[in-house]
Write a protein that binds this ligand. Structure first.
Ligand SMILES: Nc1ncnc2c1ncn2[C@@H]1O[C@H](COP(=O)(O)OP(=O)(O)OP(=O)(O)O)[C@@H](O)[C@H]1O
Ligand SMILES: O=P(O)(O)OC[C@H]1O[C@H](OP(=O)(O)OP(=O)(O)O)[C@H](O)[C@@H]1O
Length: 212
């Protein structure tokens, strides 16, 4: 149990968003423990700032339930999680989009749609009144469109190189994504002396990125 052990507990995702998220928090003035090369999943010393290193999809859960006071995660993951966490800052890093992608030969109505984002995709289908089966995959989603497992997929696009290389078409952008700071609502009140200035500084950094 870690409740109360650290001054501030932050949830950061392994992978792409870790480096930029860590750098943004450090630039905002937090004294962060080193995470590189450590085998442990909880980094930090008692009474100081701790970092929990999590899978992307688990970050909203840890913050919503207050195990972490705040975290960094992609908007795509937030849209999928459906968790109602406070999202005060768009960090403007990890920019990508969630798009509807099809094989050029798939031109008929969409009946089967494969994705790592089933909740988000289901919501889009309902909003549009489209009737299709959502097939949840754990990765290599383009393969579903290439093999005919599905007649459309919803996946992350950044440069578009992956879909071009696979000979697929980005039919429509469904949502834009970038990394967000998320904060537990109760922690915001209890640790406002730490969290308010952090939010303020991250907002300034984000503004500078937008202008730069
Ligand atoms: N080109 C991209 N491809 C995938 N994700 C990207 C890309 N650009 C930015 N992102 C962001 O990075 C996040 C994914 O990071 P990463 O690829 O490290 O995760 P992962 O390998 O899918 O691991 P996990 O299982 O933890 O989700 C996405 O949620 C998105 O917000
Ligand atoms: O538009 P692009 O710039 O090509 O980026 C999009 C690709 O990047 C991600 O894959 P990643 O490389 O993370 O591998 P993954 O399938 O293991 O997530 C994502 O799943 C897309 O395939």
């Amino acid at each position: 149990m870690i409740r109360g052990k650290y001054a501030l507990t932050l949830a950061l995702p392994k992978g792409r968003n870790l480096k930029d998220g860590y750098a943004a928090l450090q630039r905002a003035g937090l004294e962060l423990p080193p995470v590189e090369g450590e085998r442990t999943m909880i980094h930090g010393q008692e009474g100081k700032v701790a970092i929990l290193e999590l899978r992307n999809a688990d970050v909203p859960l840890y913050v919503d339930l207050g195990i972490a006071d705040a975290g960094v995660v992609g908007k795509d993951v937030l849209l999928e999680s459906g968790r109602d966490v406070y999202e005060p800052v768009d960090l403007r890093t990890g920019v990508c989009r969630l798009s509807l992608i099809r094989h050029p030969d798939s031109t008929g109505p969409i009946r089967r749609i494969a994705t790592k984002y089933p909740n988000f995709t289901g919501r889009v289908l309902r909003e549009r009144g489209w009737v299709a089966d959502v097939l949840e995959l754990s990765g290599n989603v383009e393969l579903a469109a290439l093999t005919g497992l599905a007649d459309a997929v919803v996946d992350v696009v950044q440069t578009g190189a992956s879909i071009r290389a696979a000979g697929l078409k980005e039919v429509e952008v469904l949502a834009h994504s970038s990394a967000r700071l998320i904060v537990n609502r109760q922690a915001l009140k209890l640790k406002s002396d730490l969290l308010r200035p952090l939010i303020e500084r991250l907002r300034q950094q984000s503004q500078a990125l937008a202008e730069g």
